[in-house]
Design a protein around this ligand. Structure first.
Ligand SMILES: Cc1cc2nc3c(=O)[nH]c(=O)nc-3n(C[C@H](O)[C@H](O)[C@H](O)COP(=O)(O)O)c2cc1C
Length: 212
């Protein structure tokens, strides 16, 4: 049995705190080694999953043609998104860089593949399948950071359009569209915090003892 020591804990905490969402303004033009891509995927497939169903699939996208099509969906969805913010925020929103689809070295579309038979533990909360895929993505995000590789999650996309572009089978559900690549720097704190869009919540704001 591996027993961790205080140095290990400090490293884990450092990786957790140093992980950032990386967008097109920080990616540099440098390929990601296959070995590193494999390490990131290996971290993903070692995530917990409901009933050990491992309901994930990863589409590795390097093709510029495909990425340009995905980016079109981003532009369309982002135009719609802008309209949902009040006038003052809409201007601020327009300034934000919210993806790195073409600037990154590669994209990974992560899908949920539902099971065709009952899954242990997923019988009451069907969402547990999707949550499992999110666990895989978080593992990938942390491993990417440990490898000093940036990862950005893009959700301003039409999932059905992404499925069509990637020729995904009808039952698959897009969970995360990830952009990965080397960076010039990792910010010390979330970019949206630096830009004063949101503040980090304090623990007391989110922890409830015993009941609401
Ligand atoms: C489910 C999910 C979806 C996200 N979608 C987007 C997105 O579409 N565009 C974007 O710029 N950031 C996206 N992000 C990144 C968040 O904005 C980011 O995690 C948050 O601002 C905190 O910053 P940090 O990840 O650098 O700590 C997403 C993050 C998550 C977890």
């Amino acid at each position: 049995m591996t027993k961790f020591n205080t140095d290990d804990i400090a490293i884990l905490e450092n990786i957790i705190l140093s992980r950032r969402d990386v967008r097109g303004n920080r990616f540099i033009n440098k390929e990601v080694e296959e070995e590193d891509i494999e390490k990131i995927l290996f971290a993903g497939v070692n995530a917990p999953s409901v009933g050990f169903s491992q309901p994930w699939e990863f589409v590795i996208i390097k093709s510029n043609e495909i990425r340009n099509k995905i980016k079109e969906s981003f532009f369309e969805e982002n135009e719609k998104a802008k309209k949902q913010f009040e006038t003052s925020k809409a201007n601020e929103y327009s300034q934000l860089k919210l993806e790195g689809i073409t600037e990154s070295a590669l994209n990974i579309a992560v899908f949920y593949k539902p099971s065709d038979r009952p899954v242990l533990g997923q019988t009451s909360m069907e969402e547990a399948g999707v949550y499992s895929v999110v666990c895989a993505i978080q593992n990938m995000w942390l491993m990417a950071r440990a490898l000093n590789i940036g990862l950005g999650w893009v959700s301003i996309l039409d999932p059905e359009k992404v499925k069509t572009i990637l020729k995904a089978p009808a039952d698959r559900q897009l969970i995360g569209y990830l952009c990965l690549g080397h960076v010039d720097l990792f910010y010390e704190s979330p970019e949206l915090e630096k830009l004063k869009w949101e503040k980090r919540k304090r623990l007391e704001q989110v922890v409830i003892n015993n009941s609401y």
